[in-house]
Design a binder for this molecule. Sequence first.
Ligand SMILES: Cc1ncc(COP(=O)(O)O)c(C=O)c1O
Length: 383
Amino acid sequence: MIYLDNSATTQVMAPVVEAMCRAMKDSFYNPSSLYAPAVEVEQALTAARERIAHSLGSRALRVLYTSGGTESNNMAIVGALPRDGRPAHLVTTAMEHPSVLACMQRLETQGHRVTYLPVDAQGQVEREALSQAVGEDTVLVSIMQVNNETGAVQDLEALGRIIHGRNPRTLFHVDGVQGYLRLPVSMPRLGVDLYSLSGHKIHGPKGVGALVMRDGVRLTPLLVGGGQQQEARPGTENVPGILGLDAAVSIFETQGEEFAFHMRGCKAAFLETLETALDGWQVNGPSPETAAPHILNLSLDGVRGEVVLHALEEEGVYVATGSACSSKKRNASHALLAHGLSPERALSSIRISFSPMTQRQDMPQAAEILAHAVQRLRRFRRK
Ligand SMILES: Cc1ncc(COP(=O)(O)O)c(C=O)c1O
């Protein structure tokens, strides 16, 4: 089996499994309880918070644990609305993940105004449009760090400068689910106020993530309940999940650069073979070198991405079409359409995504399998 769907999810690394098992066996106490073993669990959660804050550029950042990227994105967006219920203006882009777009669409039905910024063929947010969109009543701008389908990387510093130049009170939220620990981020330096991350994209567990906030940012909580996490996100913390996430973060802390280098090498090796083995294909979005290290999106002339995916599956190679959450819908990916692709080209696309656990020596074979599958399907179509 060659697993090339690491943007959908990643395999949990062994030290993460060990940390989670230890947490379940030995650290089962409720972190809010008052006796010593429970206090130790609370201290472990605090240490994990400090590690995440440090990884994003400052120990002063506030880290709220959540159930993952979807909740973090919802919390940032809904939590930024004015407390008095007056209608607000928000800005996002046409290529965001559904956990941002659907949230924005719901707010529109509730009387709020949303501007959806266009992106160019490389997936870059149009800066002039951003500058024009942000106004007096703009409470939040939400832009993803790395697009989950094409790997387009934003220049967050430039975007942050435009946003805060137009309105210093506007919150800049970044969906960092695909970018976290794959690309360096310093929230204070980039002017990012809120940052979403998710455990299962970095070889940690599913169902855990965080919303990281600049000190001083106040959001209205999505949930009400007990006083956990200073009432900002009540609910007994997912201790094994958080300690698993912490283990994943600590692995990337020391090996992050090496991992990025490895993933770029896998991508290059895959493309090198594909270039000689197949014609009639294009890279979608930014060039493979400028895209995030782990993502490669290809259009394959004359075949449908979904059919290719299943042909590869028969050979033990797992890839994706569009994003996993929307891959059961047969429409062309909204993100690829936003990048300016025709519906036909978008439907002929597959996403290949690498990880530090991808075996580089498998890449020529994976590319050969793809080339043969596409050639077979094209012959079949011509009959
Ligand atoms: C860019 C992006 N944002 C948000 C999410 C949602 O994260 P989670 O699966 O942790 O809810 C994903 C997951 O695919 C994603 O790729």
